[in-house]
Write a protein that binds this ligand. Sequence first.
Ligand code: AMP
Length: 477
Amino acid sequence: MRTMRVLIIGGGGREHALGWAIRRSAERSGRAVALFFAPGNAGTEAIGTNVPLSATDADGLAAWAKEAAIDLAVVGPEAPLMAGVADRFRARGLKVVGPERAAARLEGSKAFAKALMAATGVPTAEFRVVDDAAAARRAVAEFGFPVVLKADGLAQGKGVLIARDQAEAEAALAAFFVERRFGDAAARIVVERFLPGREVSVMGAVAGEAVVLFPPVRDYKRAYDGDAGPNTGGMGAILPPPDVTPEGLGRIEREVFRPILAGLKERGLEYRGILYAGLMLTPEGPKVLEFNVRFGDPETQALVVGAPLDWLALLSAVADGTLDPSDPALRRPAGAKAPQAAVAVVAAREGYPTESRPPIELPALDGDPPARLRKEGAPGDRAPLEEAPDELVLFHAGTFRRAGKLFAGSGRVFALVAGGASLSAARARAYDALRRLLPAESGLFYRTDIGEKEAAEMDVGEPGAKAPGDGAGPEAP
Ligand code: AMP
């Protein structure tokens, strides 16, 4: 049997998780894969080959992939898509999961995304696109407080400011237009009406107008417990969030994914990749906060553990343009034992996201920590891991190896992802493992409340029941 050669572009936890998921789905169905990562990290090295190319070197990557006879490429981060990696791969006849640059503007320009939503009737917050502080002030006066101000361009999740009063709005406008804290990304900004509710993320595989949605996830963007501290790339993720029903997910497909894909097609853009909708579940139904044109991180790390789909088949069908949403095999978990829930907890370097610190050695993560933890067993562990060996996984992010030793750079270092029969079980397993893995003075920190509220809600209600309190699920009339 021919070995399928898969290139994953990027070097974070998402890319390690995608490689792990592709390899596992191949193993389960007796296919052979060879994995390559560009540039990868110390974790991806253990399951494939790291290629020392930058993720945004579109020409270099396409030339290398052609030479290396890559059968399928998957682009992790947004920057390579904005740099035209998918365009370059397709121009050389290479199969790739990721939209071309013109469609990647759905993430790369908030003004473009908002205009397309308005044109296609996708529910989103009311907005004004403005180029200067005076016009921004008029929009702020129109919407009242709180109000949301967003840099138009990519700002690594940091270009969104919420102002509760005029003083905060002035400070935000100064950051955008005077201090130019976000550079050209905020030469133009979007002012939008604040939406109340709970947030949820829905990702789907897309080929043209064909779409297969994955189970919804919730991510945690703030650095510290209780949603305190600065916004980060993401400190954890869970699935399922208790407030999205199957009907709610159907509504999201009908009201968000279908019209936006139809709108792209009308504009001559054939989307082949992963589309991510960040949604607010408002009393009037789901509304789009943002689109991403790729897998979320850490959302994807929880997703691949909680939804053991045939990821290799899914991603191949996206790249081939043969995605068939009526094929039940694409929605069904591959393998007998599927966890019902998953919790990903990110461990980051102290100082993240504001400071970068020099690398430190990480002996605790060397080897295969989950295997080690399984062997030791946990006193009082409610669900023996031996029964479900894939339910505790460690995905590397900012790690590298030097002279045989493992180091952490700055930023997010790794995520511990646990699956389980319930959110509570998955949480208990993830946190127990983290406590045993990391010594007190590790130089890393993690949030201790990932999935805490949701686990408590699930324990009282049925899974998928409406969240108590806001009644704001997408199924609300
Ligand atoms: P975005 O990058 O557009 O998803 O915005 C980042 C975060 O800002 C979101 O995850 C929300 O928590 C918050 N946010 C963005 N837009 C709004 C809005 N219109 N109303 C309330 N919160 C918002």
